[in-house]
Design a protein around this ligand. Structure first.
Ligand SMILES: *Cc1c(COP(=O)(O)O)cnc(C)c1O
Length: 385
């Protein structure tokens, strides 16, 4: 993204008026196939698994936001991740973060391990990259900030180690978004998004995308997008493209609201621990300041007391909806131990620091006064019992 501000690029990058009608918004090209003038003489579009102009516009737009040359879109975030794994040798060595998105962990352990891949895990917020990324590693899979503890890892240092040993660094940038963090500028080879979350932003589409400037990866992933087939449809591509137009103003508002709520939680007697990387007392703050320009609406905190108390709180909010997922305009609340991270064994959750009382918020863009009032009344209910 060399010459435009992100606030401009979210609206214009990769898009120009449609040449036939002048339509300002790229149309939904709802077609599975394209007419050919003569056998194998066509416009460049043959069959919609291979390519679709609506999908193209989305791919070009998000690539520009992530300072990447190429975007390759998929039907879900996990479809994107799985396609990256398909490009690796069958016995590839992969090193992942220790509190990865649960579905990514399941994909690694229950599907690709069976096919011969080797997975190990490290706390990249603490570990020395040289110690955990051995020679012979093919892929490093990094989330920063992580989910749900929002731990921060040094992307540039990990990228340097990956380049030294010939490993590919993939960064899942779903939480930070390119508005606040651009891993390719820090040396990563691949950036992955669940566009289901902030990029689309309206909780009405499931989608994924990979961004890269590495020619070999772009070629492999474009081949696999068609050959393996986990593509997004034109409607979902269009909705996501529309969602991205407001990404910059949404993220600014998510951040503003989250900062207010973090300040309120930090002062609250019932809060035992608080996680938000762009908060001065957070252990990840210095690093977050160095490699990010802000952070959005994800907050997690541990409520004093037992699981029952935390359950009462998350069940008592009226504006915050009790639901998995994140990154939409509406505020959500959830209990990782019982919901998003229930598939992680209890001993492992304890080792990771995912306490029973850990509550995760995805702060939306409502009026923050209403959000704080809602949390306060739910807090009161949970304390009263
Ligand atoms: C949701 C999510 C995914 C998976 O994406 P889907 O679109 O649900 O397949 C991957 N990584 C992170 C950080 C997520 O939040």
């Amino acid at each position: 993204m060399a010459d435009e501000h992100l606030q401009t690029a979210v609206i214009h990058a990769g898009q120009s008026p449609e040449p036939v009608t002048g339509a300002v918004m790229p149309p939904v090209f709802q077609t599975s196939t394209y007419a050919q003038e003569w056998p194998a003489k066509h416009t460049g579009y043959e069959y919609a698994r291979g390519d679709n102009p609506t999908r193209q516009a989305l791919q070009r737009c998000v690539a520009a936001l992530e300072s990447a040359e190429h975007g390759i879109a998929f039907g879900s975030g996990l479809g994107a991740t799985s396609t990256i794994l398909q490009a690796l040798p069958a016995n590839a060595k992969v090193v992942g973060g220790d509190d990865l998105y649960g579905g990514t962990y399941r994909l690694f352990e229950r599907i690709y391990r069976k096919r011969g891949m080797d997975f190990s895990y490290a706390d990249f917020s603490q570990a020395d990259p040289a110690e955990v990324i051995a020679e012979g590693t093919h892929l490093v899979w990094l989330e920063t900030p992580t989910n749900p503890l929002l731990k921060v890892a040094d992307v540039a240092a990990i990228a340097a180690r990956c380049r030294a040993v010939g490993a590919t660094l993939a960064v899942d940038n779903t939480f930070a978004t390119p508005i606040f963090q651009r891993p390719i500028e820090l040396g990563a080879h691949l950036v992955v998004h669940s566009t289901t979350k902030y990029l689309n932003g309206h909780s009405d589409v499931v989608g994924g995308i990979v961004l890269t400037s590495e020619p070999e990866w772009a070629e492999q992933l474009t081949f696999l997008q068609n050959a393996s087939g986990a593509v997004p449809g034109p409607w979902d591509s269009w909705l996501t493209l529309r969602g991205v137009k407001t990404l910059a103003i949404r993220m600014a508002k998510h951040q503003e609201n989250a900062q207010r709520i973090v300040a309120w939680l930090a002062d609250h007697d019932e809060v035992e621990r608080l996680h938000y990387p762009m908060w001065e007392s957070d252990p990840g703050y210095a690093l977050a300041k160095k490699q990010m320009s802000g952070f959005g609406g994800m907050i997690s905190f541990v409520l004093r007391g037992d699981l029952a108390r935390a359950e009462r709180l998350v069940a008592s909010t009226k504006l915050f909806t009790l639901a998995e997922s994140l990154g939409g305009v509406e505020s959500l609340i959830e209990l990782p131990a019982s919901m998003t991270h229930a598939s992680v064994p209890p001993e492992q959750r304890a080792a990771l620091g995912i306490d029973d009382g850990l509550i995760r918020l995805s702060v939306g863009i409502e009026h923050v006064g209403d959000l704080v009032a809602d949390l306060q009344q739910a807090m009161d209910v949970s304390v009263r019992g």
